[in-house]
Design a protein around this ligand. Sequence first.
Ligand SMILES: *[C@@H]1O[C@H](CO)[C@@H](O)[C@H](O)[C@H]1NC(C)=O
Length: 391
Amino acid sequence: MGRLLLSSGQVSVILSAVIVFLFTLALFLSGYVLQQRYVQNLQAVIKPRLPKPLQPEKPIEPPKLDMKWARPMGGRPEVDETYSQYIAGQTMDWSRLGYVQVVREHVELCSAVMLLSDLARMKSPAKRILMFPKLWLAIAEDGEYSPEMATTRRLLRAAARRYGVTLIPMEPIVEGADDTLPSSYSLASLYSLVDFERIMYLQGPGVLLDASALDSLLAFSKSEPMAAYPATPERRDLSTSLLMIHPSQQSFSQLKALRASKPTSDLDLLRSTFSAPESLMSEWSLSMGNVVYEAQDLRLAVDDFNATAFEQATTFVRLSDPAMPGPEYDMPFPDRVRLRPQNLQAEEAWSKLYERFRQQRMEVCGLDLEVYEAPVLSDGADAMRAVSGEL
Ligand SMILES: *[C@@H]1O[C@H](CO)[C@@H](O)[C@H](O)[C@H]1NC(C)=O
């Protein structure tokens, strides 16, 4: 028996071993439970409250949130940051996240409604908002609207009824400015939407290929006064092609005051208020694909360009090209041949984008392409036709 008795030293070694084991077990179990809860809650987050379905007869699918976009704006996430993101996600209220289009001129309205209709079709759970000059709501005294105004009123109605868009009339950014001039309105008005936690602005005209990537950026980002798409890969300036902002009265007043002190373009106004690179979306956020792609870059495509891979990796393509009229114009065939990408795969992607824009313009706005003549060649009649092409 005596030999089985343990010395007090041995007892304490065994005891500490048992304690270490129990602690390890407890740590493992709590970790496991936490992880399970994390996964379940994450699943709950990914199935957000949906807005009222547009076509109630169809079953509602939860929006596709793409986890590869679930990253904070300020660089590579640390473990703690991921967790705080997750906590933030738990209280995520889709009614306080939105996509906003801002239109200042009648000609911009169709593209804006098209983008919002894309978001509706792709079942984005965030709000859709359209800001436009309040002047457009003025009732004509004789009930007769100009053809341009009649189209505008029809498109505003369609946006609200068919695509669940919230219409928000805006005032000129500087009090007392001429409300008939497009230049009296500003992107700074985005900051007046203080009921929203985060809003995303996309600069049209363009084609949206994947709403889930944008939904995820919107849902999983920190609220910052400004997170803009960089103007160049060198990240020295912001661009206005994509802005994600946290609206606040403070930023709104600041921008208004600055704008009132001297007339500036929106780009300069935002650049002088929000410095780069602090106010840019992080490289990390943008590293997973083409969040914004300029269609003209397809002309630079090289041999291994793959149209399928391009579409899969791209979220939004802006169809703006200094060499071409806007996508709403019907380009003469010889010009099209001259300007389309030489690379066959890139040409396929390019033509598909412009054709998709044309079809959608017809489906969403009921508008055909405008007649286009190069300005130097046009005579008065053609110019008239281009101006009244929407009718
Ligand atoms: C293009 O990309 C797709 C998807 O990434 C791939 O399946 C296909 O094989 C590629 N095609 C060529 C010609 O490389």
